[in-house]
Each structure stands twice: as structure tokens, then as C-alpha cells.
Ligand binder design. Structure first.
Ligand code: FE2
Length: 280
């Protein structure tokens, strides 16, 4: 007789993140377990469900517990038979003339797809292949970052609006540019629709400007703010294991892909985005 697995949820750091063990999401999940994971995600903002063994269909089925999938831009990366999944493979980008790979993805702290009117509430990553070492992803609890500011500054930031555009990068196709190129305005301070907590919400790489400021001034302002508030107290650095399914609440978390590995070794993540609301 084998003992039934028991769901366990353990914090990964003081700042944010929780690890989930004892569940195989290929199997039906009972309501109580689903509710515990949902609550942990709202409270801890990043959930890492360990030791999964998914086919693409099983991965998508597991994600339906948490929301509906949405279209991603960068359509060149989408899996042919499962276009909801983007394959982020460090070896897929063109090697520069010096033979050094430049992996796709922002090297700075950001949230995903702010050039959409309804940006994704969750980014899901499933670790398929990892380099021998490194390839970590950093996460920052922007609710905690916001709370660390003096009341006066919080009030001032609460009045600002960001305008986001699609990146001006060679890997964004003309078609994607046409489809997703309309600038979108969002509040810089966003309220979480479930917990009602406020967080700093911005993607500097997509920032066209802050309303009422020049583009360059806007970027300096945002970078200065993020430099100040993203401290070890608000961050968690995830060291991946293959089979990790990670969910990140984009409404309250910024992330960064550390380039602390050799892209030629191959780091493969299957990324899915879950539909979100209009930020307020
Ligand atoms: Fe990202």
C-alpha cells in the first residue's frame, strides 16, 4: 500500500514565494487543495509547485486551475500545436558575430506584457531543461516595496500613470508590432483585485513615458525608484529544479532573469500567461 501524498506549502523566503510539494497536477485536484494553493498565491505572490512531469496538454490543463490562458506576443516563440505556450530556449536566439548568445528577455526588473490593455495576472513557467549552474530568476514583492515608502511619496506615486509600448527590439516581428503596438496607459500604483493591497507596477523596458513627463525623465524616475525600493528585504532568488511549475502574480511582483549561465548549454522554460483585468 502506498500512502496518499499530502499537500504541503512552505515559504521560500521572508519576502515572498512558497513551495508546494505532495501534489501531482496531472491528477484531479480536490477543492480544498486548490483553495489552499490559490490562497497561498494571493499571500505569497509566487508559488513553486515541485516535481511535475507534464506533457504540453497536461501543463495547460493544470494551469486552468488558476485561470484562462491568453495570447502572448513574440509569436515566433510559440509552440506549433500549443500556441498558448511560448518556448523560451536560451539557444534559440541568434549568436552575435562573436559567437556569444544573447537570450531573449528583459535583463532588468519588470512585469510582463504591460503593452496590453489587460496584462496577464499570472506568468507561469515550467522548467524543462536547465544549465549546469545558474539561470536563476529573481522576484520582488512590490507590495512590500510600496509599503516601505513614506506616506507622502506613496500619495505622489498614486497620482502617476505610465504609458507602455511594445519593445523596439529586433526579435519583435512587424506583425506583432502591428497587433500589439498600441500604447497602453496604466496606473504606476496598482491595487490587487483580491487582497486590495497596493504595489508598484511597471515594465521599464516597455515604458514610453509617465504622463506629464518627457520619455528620458520618465525612465530615469522609474529606474531611480526601483533602485531604491528593490532591496534584499523584498526579493527572493529562485534556483530552479527541472519539473518546477512556477506561478508569479504579475500584479504585485517584478521579476528578473539572471544571466549567470552559459546560454549555449540550453535553458528551456515553457511560458504561459493567464488573463488579467484592466489595472486600477
Ligand atoms: Fe518577463
Amino acid at each position: 500500500m502506498t500512502l496518499a501524498k499530502t499537500l504541503a506549502i512552505t515559504p521560500l523566503s521572508d519576502a515572498l514565494g512558497a513551495e508546494v510539494t505532495g501534489i501531482d497536477l496531472r491528477e484531479p485536484v480536490d477543492k480544498a487543495d486548490a483553495a489552499r494553493m490559490e490562497q497561498a498565491l494571493t499571500e505569497r505572490l509566487v508559488l513553486v509547485i515541485r516535481d511535475q512531469k507534464f506533457s504540453p496538454d497536461q501543463y495547460l490543463a493544470a494551469l486552468r486551475l488558476f485561470g484562462n490562458t491568453m495570447h502572448q506576443h513574440l509569436t515566433g516563440l510559440l509552440m506549433k500545436d500549443h500556441p498558448e505556450i511560448a518556448v523560451l530556449d536560451s539557444r534559440r536566439t541568434k549568436a552575435a558575430p562573436d559567437g556569444v548568445y544573447a537570450p531573449i528577455g528583459s535583463r532588468d526588473w519588470h512585469t510582463d506584457h504591460t503593452n496590453h490593455a489587460r496584462p496577464p495576472k499570472i506568468t507561469a513557467l515550467y522548467a524543462v531543461k536547465l544549465p549546469k549552474s545558474g539561470g536563476d530568476t529573481g522576484f520582488a514583492n512590490m507590495q512590500r516595496a510600496y509599503d516601505s515608502l513614506p506616506a507622502e511619496e506613496r500619495d505622489a506615486l498614486g497620482k502617476l500613470k505610465t504609458v507602455s509600448k511594445i519593445e523596439d527590439r529586433e526579435y519583435v516581428s512587424a506583425e506583432d508590432r502591428k497587433k500589439y503596438g498600441v500604447p497602453q496607459t496604466h496606473p504606476l500604483i496598482r491595487t490587487h483585485p483580491v487582497s486590495r493591497k497596493k504595489a508598484i507596477y511597471v515594465h521599464p523596458g516597455k515604458l514610453a513615458r509617465i504622463e506629464g513627463m518627457e520619455p528620458e525623465e520618465s525612465l530615469d524616475y522609474v529606474n531611480g525608484l526601483l533602485d531604491r525600493v528593490i532591496t534584499p528585504d523584498v526579493t527572493y532568488r529562485h534556483k530552479w529544479r527541472t519539473g518546477d511549475m512556477l506561478l508569479c502574480d504579475n500584479r504585485a511582483v517584478l521579476h528578473i532573469a539572471h544571466r549567470d549561465y552559459d546560454p549555449a548549454e540550453g535553458r528551456v522554460m515553457h511560458r504561459v500567461l493567464l488573463e488579467g483585468d484592466v489595472p486600477f
